[in-house]
Design a protein around this ligand. Structure first.
Ligand SMILES: NC(=O)c1ccc[n+]([C@@H]2O[C@H](COP(=O)([O-])OP(=O)(O)OC[C@H]3O[C@@H](n4cnc5c(N)ncnc54)[C@H](OP(=O)(O)O)[C@@H]3O)[C@@H](O)[C@H]2O)c1
Length: 337
């Protein structure tokens, strides 16, 4: 669709990653114009973004994430519509964009302006601020997508314990805190001592070592320990926790940090009625996406500010992404744009 923004010649600041002749990728703040952006239906003045691992990969030239440079990463953005070419949004609307192609091969949220299809935008829920929405971001939306599946399956706080793996990570810590605040009894698995301290502060009932979820036996069933599990890790962790899920329980998997193969017999499914669901949050259809944001703003809402480990400005992003790749992060790094 061809668009003609009145603001096309408007200049703004964005973080731009450029590929050098040496093959290195260098990120810096550049001045850009609205006419440099893709021709979307919505021009949005971004207020907040947040850091995600995918952004760190995009910033170091990972071609599985971003094929063409120069590029502005940032898979999450929240801000205010400046111009709209559709009737579904108007100037002044506060919106949130997470997932789809934002920040991958479409100029992303580490920028004062983005231009996106209106089908990618979600109206900001009334009782959340734009800042809250970016503390939540893709990781919180992914965690809530799994919790949505648990609730649809009939899981309630009195149903039993809920396991969260990789609980020190972005998705895991979001899930652990959302579930704990909603009154669920959460077992958090982590490999890091400092993450264990943080998770207990978030209100989880029990912290276990990630080694406990690496059963080397080929036993088809292990004692049932939880009624639901969100797994961010995959591999033998996923196999172990499926075999340890109680009767009629549910397991949601979203990641593969410990491997992308799953070896498990069918016994948990045909003897215990365990259900396995996959989470693919980036392409969540809009109807379900709106339901999940409603859940986040309702039952799963709490003081999201408690999850922010650092608030930074755009020029601090490269150092923080470097730290994320090399040392990992605890909690949310929020970016004011
Ligand atoms: N499907 C989707 O829609 C979707 C959306 C977002 C993310 N993801 C995926 O979900 C996963 C988690 O994302 P994230 O943003 O939470 O990542 P993250 O912040 O890097 O956290 C990952 C956590 O996993 C644990 N971990 C790492 N390597 C491990 C290993 N070898 N064995 C066991 N545990 C390990 C660590 O937790 P501890 O330090 O606590 O042990 C780490 O903090 C990633 O694979 C990501 O690609 C999927």
């Amino acid at each position: 669709m061809s668009v003609s923004y009145a603001a096309k010649s408007l200049s703004f600041k964005a973080l731009v990653v450029e590929e050098q002749e040496t093959g290195e990728f260098v990120a810096g703040i550049k001045t850009r114009q609205v006419s440099d952006l893709p021709q979307g239906e919505l021009l949005i003045r971004v207020a907040f973004s947040g850091l995600n691992y995918k952004d760190a990969l995009s910033a170091v030239g990972n071609k599985g994430i971003t094929r063409r440079y120069p590029h502005t990463p940032g898979i999450d953005a929240a801000g205010v519509v400046v111009e709209s070419l559709t009737d579904s949004f108007k100037a002044g609307d506060e919106v949130v964009v997470t997932g789809y192609d934002l920040g991958m091969n479409t100029s992303g949220g580490f920028s004062e302006y983005i231009s996106v299809p209106s089908a990618w935008a979600v109206r900001k829920p009334q009782n959340l601020s734009l800042r809250d929405c970016m503390i939540i971001g893709t990781s919180g939306f992914t965690a809530a997508s799994a919790i949505y599946e648990f609730l649809q399956h009939g899981i309630r706080p009195e149903s039993g314990k809920i396991l969260v793996t990789g609980a020190g990570g972005a998705v895991g810590s979001m899930a652990a805190s959302m579930l704990s605040n909603a009154g669920f009894s959460v077992v958090a698995s982590t490999g890091r001592k400092e993450a264990a301290e943080m998770l207990l502060k978030y209100g989880v009932t029990e912290v276990i070592s990630r080694d406990e979820l690496n059963d080397p036996s080929s036993r088809p069933l292990l004692p049932g320990r939880w009624i639901a599990a969100l797994d961010t890790v995959g591999g033998n962790t996923l196999s172990t926790l499926i075999r340890s899920t109680a009767d009629r329980g549910i397991v949601a998997n979203c990641g593969m940090l410990a491997g992308n193969k799953l070896e498990v017999s069918v016994f948990p499914f045909i003897l215990r009625g365990v259900r396995l669901v996959g989470i693919a949050s980036a392409e969540t259809p809009m109807e379900r996406r709106l339901e999940i944001w409603k859940l986040i703003a309702g039952k799963l809402s709490f003081n999201f500010e408690a999850l922010v480990s650092k608030s930074i400005q755009m020029d601090e992003i490269p150092d923080e992404l470097h730290h994320m790749l090399n040392a990992g992060t605890l909690g949310k790094v929020l970016v004011s744009i």
